[in-house]
Design a protein around this ligand. Sequence first.
Ligand SMILES: [Zn+2]
Length: 254
Amino acid sequence: MAATTALYKNALQRYYILFCILAQNSEKYTKCGRKYEYYLNYINKNIKSSITKEKMPKIRYLRDKFVFLPKKAQFRRLMQHPLHLFSYCPKCGSDKFTENDFKSKRCNDCGFIYYFNPLAATVGIITNDKGEVLVARRAKEPAKGTLDLPGGFCDSYETAEEGIRREIEEETGLRVSSTRYLFSIPNTYIYSGMELHTMDLFFHCTVENCGTLIADDDVAELQWIAIDDLRSEEFGLASIRKAIEKLKEIKNTL
Ligand SMILES: [Zn+2]
């Protein structure tokens, strides 16, 4: 095992191998209920020497996300390869479509490699003259009925700026006059039974006329809310909750 681990250059890949090992030992492992000790012993024995100071924030993040999970089911889900639902090669149809590394699968018949990368999505923070933010209520799953900000997936060949303009017009009827990139937050999104990974790009947007709102597409209703009155816990998607907190910190720069 040590020889295999040494082939991988970054901590993420090592951790994926670790999860695979834990999965193989899951019966013994969950029965004894000593996840933390098992994990720690393995790290001490095989991985610790290769962890540098620079890698620690990422490792802490992974440790908190994967190891201290309260539920067995959650743990099992996170152990799955992101492409576990893809059983056959999309190029030749072979069933010898196997895990290549922690983010790709490879066909052992035709050599095709498929990578699992995040999808680009845009989110619009639209403010009016009173400093209020336009908030939508989600009409569809996931997180139907919770609050959200206008936005959606980018189409092929369009820029992120074009994407957010299109989404805002589709969902609110408003025409965007200017966009300014603010920050990005990665997210996961369940669609058709699959966990999609997204890279949400947040834009501050101004619109030509705030007066006429038409809730459409994925949006059930729209309302203007003062930034200080936004409550992140009312927003259903994790990246939007984080963005609301960030927004309160940077509100004076909008
Ligand atoms: Zn193939």
